[in-house]
Design a binder for this molecule. Structure first.
Ligand code: ZN
Length: 507
């Protein structure tokens, strides 16, 4: 045979695409070319494949002119995942092995013929299954990740020789298959947070309704502690979201070998020196997944928000509105999911003491305004809940004070509240109070008449958006309290969160 085919996968964004690899051996000047929009890494596979084949004591068609075609030819091929497929197609064209049938092969070859792990194995496995393949050959350390797609038969190989043996129908000697262990993430518990009754309650409301939340308070008052505990009271990711989140982490190269699907909502807390590229993603060759996408399905915590570059905060508008980010690079753009819950934390002013009466603060009003306005413009408008934290009192910190509620107890209430809103919005495209447009909420889901009257009386100074925020929060409070619709007390509570007890009004 002088022409043979194999199949591999290239990854673009977090999507996999099956690539047909054709190897053709012709008479002519010996050499090898790869055609079909390959990037440098794919181009270099020429040298890797040749060295790997020769160093595995396999026959290299040195007298022939080798052409390797990659199709669809219109799609850019990036990375080294195609090495294994290219090697197998050449060996099959040369008659050394049967042509690979009904199998997709992924793996990067080393010069001595070992198979190196690649990023995005889960994504590749999903793409192979969607394209109708029943078998996939992957680097042996990544078998567990590929088996997350249960319909596929997964074969792990540690070297090109292993892959050849499989193609020849031989049994591989046993090697250690890394078995799947559940993905774990240690989330700190809410019972460690003493005092802060109001902020704890706000965090519970945020979890129940999917609301973005902002904490304002002096350094060391517990803003970060609270933010870190949000994933622990959110419901675990459902099947579809878990696959999506795991795929993102797989392409980012952040998935630990042998772990199962990510079920705990992710938590990302970038340093304030983060750049737009780090936050949104980008990169010259391989897509670098941004922090916003790594937080997909979970929590993005912007701590010390006023210290961030304004441009970086502005860049978060797109994911906050659309739930995705667009990464543009030379030649093409890809859209990556980035739907997260935002927790924003900040000092109230440069000296950090403008809380309560504000008497300890040494900053002048213009300095304070400038500080807060760094965040208030781009983001604050999209944040339903604003809370000011006070220092915990001596009583709160006293060891004899009963231990606060644990995350498990709060999580159970959050789940119940979410069950209520899911039922209420069962015909809507979204099931969370935070995502229901204000006009829909006002028109189709009236509050109790007295609640409505209170809001109508108390809205002075609130914009239309501000009123919708109060209504959304009132619904979540009603869901937590087991009320069929917001009562006058639910609305009164919601109103108390409208401006973070006045501190944000400095802007
Ligand atoms: Zn100050």
């Amino acid at each position: 045979m002088t022409l043979a085919r194999a199949h591999g996968i290239v990854i673009s964004g977090i999507e996999g695409l099956v690539v047909e690899i054709e190897a053709y051996l012709a008479q002519g000047l010996p050499g090898m070319t790869i055609v079909g929009l390959a990037d440098t890494a794919v181009g270099e596979s020429r040298d890797r494949v040749r060295a790997a084949i020769q160093n595995s004591q396999l026959p290299w068609p040195s007298e022939r002119r080798i052409t390797v075609g990659l199709s669809p030819a219109s799609v850019h091929k990036r990375g080294a995942t195609l090495d294994l497929g290219i090697a197998l197609s050449i060996l099959a064209a040369h008659g050394a092995i049967p042509e690979p049938q009904d199998v997709v092969c992924i793996g990067e070859l080393t010069l001595d013929g070992r198979v190196n792990p690649v990023r995005g194995v889960l994504v590749a496995a999903l793409a192979a299954h969607r394209a109708g393949f029943s078998r996939i050959l992957v680097p042996h350390t990544q078998v567990a990740e590929a088996t997350l797609v249960p319909e596929l038969s997964v074969v792990g190989v540690s070297s090109l020789s292993d892959a050849i043996a499989i193609m020849r129908g031989e049994e591989l000697p046993d090697f250690d298959v890394v078995s799947t262990k559940p993905h774990t993430m240690v989330v700190p518990d809410l019972k460690d947070v003493r005092g802060q009754v109001l902020a704890r309650h706000a965090l519970e409301i945020a979890a129940a309704g999917g609301h973005h939340i902002a904490f304002l308070g002096s350094p060391g008052v517990g803003k970060t502690m609270l933010a870190e505990r949000l994933p622990g009271i959110l419901p675990p990711l459902d099947d579809d979201l878990a696959v999506e989140v795991t795929a993102i982490h797989s392409v980012a190269g952040k998935l630990e070998a042998g772990t199962g699907l990510v079920r705990v909502p992710p938590f990302q807390a970038p340093h304030h020196s983060a750049t737009v590229a780090a936050m949104i993603g980008g990169g010259a060759h391989q897509v670098r997944i941004g922090i916003a996408s790594m937080a997909h399905g979970g929590v993005l915590c912007i701590d010390e928000a006023a210290e961030f570059d304004r441009v970086v905060l502005d860049a978060l508008r797109q994911p906050l509105e659309s739930g995705s980010v667009t990464v543009s690079r030379a030649g093409f753009t890809s859209e990556l999911p980035a739907r997260f819950q935002l927790v924003l934390a900040s000092n109230p002013c440069p000296c950090g003491k403008f809380v309560g009466t504000g008497t300890l603060c040494s900053c002048s009003p213009p300095v304070r305004r400038r500080y807060i306005s760094r965040i208030s413009g781009p983001l604050l408008d999209r944040i339903d809940l604003r809370v000011t934290l006070e220092k915990p009192s001596i009583v709160d910190l006293d060891a004899s004070t009963p231990e606060p509620e644990s995350s498990a107890v709060v999580a159970a209430r959050v789940q119940e509240a979410r069950d209520r809103s899911s039922f209420r919005f069962r015909d809507k495209p979204t099931l969370l109070n935070a995502h229901i447009p204000g006009p829909v909420l006002r028109r189709e889901f009236p509050m109790e008449p007295e609640a409505h009257a209170l809001l109508a009386r108390d809205v002075t100074g609130l914009s239309a958006r501000g009123i919708d925020r109060v209504i959304r929060i009132a619904w979540t409070i009603a869901d937590l309290n087991g009320h069929a619709r917001p009562s006058v007390n639910d609305v009164a509570q919601a109103l108390s969160f409208r401006d973070g007890n006045g501190a944000w009004m400095a802007a």
